[in-house]
Design a protein around this ligand. Sequence first.
Ligand code: NCD
Ligand code: ZN
Length: 377
Amino acid sequence: VEIFNLKVPDDYHVHLRQGPMLRFIVGELLKKGFWGRVLAMPNTDPPILTARDALNYRREIDGALAESSPRYGGPFKPLMTIQITEQTTPEMIREAHLAGVVGGKIYPRDVTTNSENGVVDYAKLYPVFAEAEKLGFIVLFHGEHPSREIEGLKKSAAFLNILWPIVRDFPGLRLTLEHISTRDEVEWVRLQKEGQVLATIPPHYATCVLDDVLGYNQPRGRRPHANISLICKPALKTRDDRAALQEAIFSGDKRFAYGSDLAPHLFPAKCEGACGVYNLEAGLPAVIDLAHNNEHLVVDHNRIDILNRFLSVNGALFYGQGFTRDKISFQRKSEEVPRKIAAFVPGSDWPEPHPDRLIVPWKNGEPTNWQFVGRKG
Ligand code: NCD
Ligand code: ZN
């Protein structure tokens, strides 16, 4: 069998949620070998807005880790964020920084899940940016333009018009552009200083396009149904955008890191159009496939080295985390992604499988080519 050994991967963009979903997701992440760092997004309901919220959330995550890590290996180290809104003050940034929160995430208002309290006027945040710049507190951007005048597919590229003046006016500000989806963003990131800007790339943006969501790319003979498992914000884009994201990953450039944007929603919410992709089963196998099939990376150790940089080294460098020596293995083996996954945790409010608590994973009913086998050695 063909084996792929990777450094233990980090994930710099995860929606862990709260309550029973959090306990479920933490266990699932550990089962899949995420024993490194996991950056927790703050768009929970209610949101994580202050240092105190972040400490409470951290406690909840630690509780879930204590429950699951003896069973599945791990734990991972949670890295905490707060949400920056138009009400966030410089004092709130200072307090979060002192509490060990690594950064603040800015959502454009009403664009994505739980973003009703998001930002419309980025100029209002200048005092917050000044404080973040001073402290080395990282600002994370969901890079879509909040204006209703700008069409959805153009929102990612248009957001760069908001970012340019921010990097000009705060040259020391360290920031991330989350889940990039376009060639324009890749090119923008390449123009920024290493160590100053990081972009995360989720596996579905690197391997899928809008046609996959809309059902134009179904295999011959399959119904041309749209694919609700792939509905997300920002929307998936074109083949050219996807090619640019793949080039970014395999360039070895330090400015690009893995952030899955794992975003669980239950099936009833998905049917109502909730945006967010559940990619824990198919994500890493899809990225390994890319490396495996990339004819530009013919030398085997080179291919693995580049993947390790993307999956753990680049993010660790940017977020000031140590490097992992531990490795995990995947074997080449076809494994079908379940059509639905029951979210439950014995002893929680979701103690057993229930028809209203199913998750439709990305690539449900389709095979992946790499099976996670566990810790190497
Ligand atoms: C995310 C979620 O469900 O929280 N959804 C998504 O489509 N990506 C929010 C986000 O990251 O935009
Ligand atoms: Zn997200």
